[in-house]
Write a protein that binds this ligand. Structure first.
Ligand SMILES: [Zn+2]
Length: 342
């Protein structure tokens, strides 16, 4: 794999290559944007090209010992770190270890590359430990920090990085990744690229037939005149826990379902508006009595749930709140929301 195989993010790649070509590479970059769109892949590919022993035109050769080590995720001078899956914040001990490793002399005599994913989960303590490495990094080193949004970062960290924004892939780009990775099967690619929010990892997850089955059962209940919250919570929790014990896999399932519901609700709003006739009518429709205000309040419940999942709030609580929010969302909430602007 090299730069050329990365789908999307052309302007960010161009920007980095141009900085390298003109000897203006920064010491630290902060990549921010939605999960699962390739920020980490890009950081690693860039590191690989930097470390390559015979890079041609700023591309990793893919065959030298250094490239092979990066591909085997075993290069001593490319440190790739993320927050352990089952904790809510980046542990200080881990951050200490990361920083110590970063200051060791480059084993292969070239540059040192440090990639830290999940920066949303840095707290004051782990952030402060890292700050020293950021202020005075070792020579010939480059740091890539990765997070979902700038708002969630520590200002002290951000102020020392060059920030690079990333966006979700377009539907055709997601389809292209599927073609490159040779992912095929009996799924509806259009539906998947539409529901994945520009995230390849979400899209891949959606190819599992269990997912569309669950979504159908969930929406069939939500559109009932009086949906059953107990049934809904159980349905969702069974599905989430079906991912196994690992909480990050469970969170992915929860995120997917919430995101799918968001897209569906947007479709419901279009249906209520005059443009409804222009789009294909979704299979599941809310009763006619449900107004736009209620749908907006339901959307708000989904945004809240997405935020809680991102913050790693206990999933059973998040789902309970979400389902209650969807069912009990009513015009009062929407009215309260707008009260300041009336
Ligand atoms: Zn190489």
């Amino acid at each position: 794999m090299s730069w050329k195989d990365i789908v999307g993010h052309e302007s960010q790649i161009k920007y980095l290559i141009q900085a390298w070509k003109t000897n203006r590479l920064g010491q630290a970059y902060f990549f921010h944007g939605p999960d699962g769109i390739g920020k980490r892949t890009l950081a690693i590919e860039f590191g690989k090209a930097l470390l390559c022993q015979s890079n041609i035109n700023f591309e990793a050769c893919g065959v030298c010992a250094s490239c092979k080590l990066v591909e085997a995720e075993n290069h001593p001078d490319l440190q790739m770190n993320s927050c352990p899956k089952d904790v809510h914040e980046f542990p200080r001990e881990l951050m200490k270890e990361i920083c110590e490793g970063f200051f060791l002399k480059a084993s292969r005599g070239g540059a040192k590359v440090l990639v830290i994913d999940d920066c949303d989960l840095l707290n004051e303590e782990s952030g402060n430990i890292f700050l020293k490495s950021l202020e005075e990094p070792p020579p010939h080193s480059i740091i890539f920090l990765i997070g979902t949004s700038l708002e969630r970062q520590l200002e002290t960290i951000l102020s020392r990085c060059q920030k690079l924004a990333f966006h979700g892939l377009s539907q055709s780009e997601v389809a292209k990744v599927f073609a490159v990775k040779q992912i095929d099967g009996s799924f509806d690619l259009n539906k998947i690229t539409d529901a994945c929010g520009g995230s390849v990892s979400q899209a891949i997850m959606l190819t599992d037939p269990d997912f569309s089955h669950l979504e159908d059962s969930f929406l069939a209940e939500i559109i009932m005149p009086v949906p059953d919250p107990v049934k809904l919570v159980k349905m969702v929790m069974d599905f989430i826990e079906g991912a196994g014990k690992e909480t990050s896999a469970q969170r992915s399932r929860a995120r997917w379902l919430v995101h799918g519901t968001l897209s569906w609700l947007r479709g419901q709003i279009l249906l209520k508006s005059n443009t409804g006739a222009l789009i294909s009518r979704p299979r599941f429709q809310l009763p006619a009595a449900v107004g736009v205000e209620k749908i907006l309040a339901m959307l708000e419940a989904c945004f809240q749930a997405e935020y809680q999942i991102q913050r790693r709030v206990q999933l059973s609580l998040t789902i309970q709140w979400w389902v209650d929010g969807l069912i009990w969302a009513d015009s009062v909430t929407a009215f309260d929301f707008n009260v300041g602007t009336i």
